[in-house]
Design a protein around this ligand. Structure first.
Ligand code: F6R
Length: 244
């Protein structure tokens, strides 16, 4: 794993956008998994601009949505589906066979996990995965304590995730379960990028990079990945030990 520290959120976002654009340029049929949330939003907006201005072919890559809140409709602006549609799928005019998002409204969620796993397996594996980090160290909805060898699965959300998750919704919203790609996908991805910015992420970034590697802080698994990149801004890095 390598750690990259950028001056600010804009710098970090530009660098991540550049990396994703290069991935699509060099391998137009790349399979890329995208998280939702505040951390990657600017990177995605910059990515759309880069892909358009540099006329990079976007009709062959596949977008996978990392996760979704169970029982939240895709029309809800707080859903991961809404976020990915507004920030990537619509602006890039991706065709329906170019993306797959979890259907979190289906009655048979284990079937839904199987369908996602089969879809990815048919494509080979993930070329790249872009993730954020929760205040409790989660990646996707891989909450503290989750086994690291899972592919798609359904999980009870941690209290922190239920509380912090309210920021995406207009009114108080019942959040209890999530459906997510498991950490095994992060492990197997050819490139895994974890993004974090801002001072509020500094304590969990310190725990992730300097604490014990443990399933209690799922993001610590990044340290075991050869192709793992933790890309953060100075504020998120502010509690790290000074580099020698
Ligand atoms: C969202 C997701 C979550 C977020 C994490 C950080 O798809 O998978 O794990 O990446 O909770 O959220 P932000 O970026 O909003 O701070």
């Amino acid at each position: 794993m390598t750690t990259h520290i950028f001056d600010d959120h804009a710098d970090l976002s530009f660098r991540v956008a550049r990396l994703i654009a290069e991935q699509i340029k060099t391998k137009p049929d790349s399979v890329i998994c995208f998280a939702s949330g505040e951390s990657p939003l600017l990177a995605y907006n910059l990515l759309v601009t880069l892909l358009k201005s540099e006329k990079i072919e976007t009709s062959k890559f596949t977008l996978i949505g990392l996760d979704e809140w169970i029982d939240i409709t895709p029309e809800n602006p707080g859903s991961c589906a809404y976020f990915l549609h507004s920030n990537l799928i619509q602006p890039l005019n991706l065709s329906v066979d170019q993306y797959r998002l979890f259907n979190a409204l289906t009655e048979d969620l284990s079937q839904e996990c199987e369908t996602m796993d089969k879809f990815i397996l048919k494509k080979g594996s993930l070329d790249m995965i872009i993730v954020g980090i929760g205040m409790n160290g989660h990646i996707g909805f891989n909450e503290p304590g989750v086994p690291q060898n899972l592919y798609s699965h359904v999980i009870d959300l941690d209290e922190t995730t239920r509380t912090v998750g309210q920021k995406y919704f207009e009114g108080k919203t019942q959040l209890s379960k999530g459906i997510t790609l498991g950490l095994q996908y992060v492990r197997e991805a050819k490139t895994a990028i974890l993004m974090a910015s801002g001072e509020r992420k500094a304590p969990i970034i310190r725990e992730t990079l300097e604490g014990e590697i443990t399933t209690t802080v799922p993001a610590t698994m990044m340290r075991e990945l050869e192709n793992g990149h933790v890309m953060i801004d100075r504020n998120a890095a502010s509690l790290l030990k000074p580099q020698e």
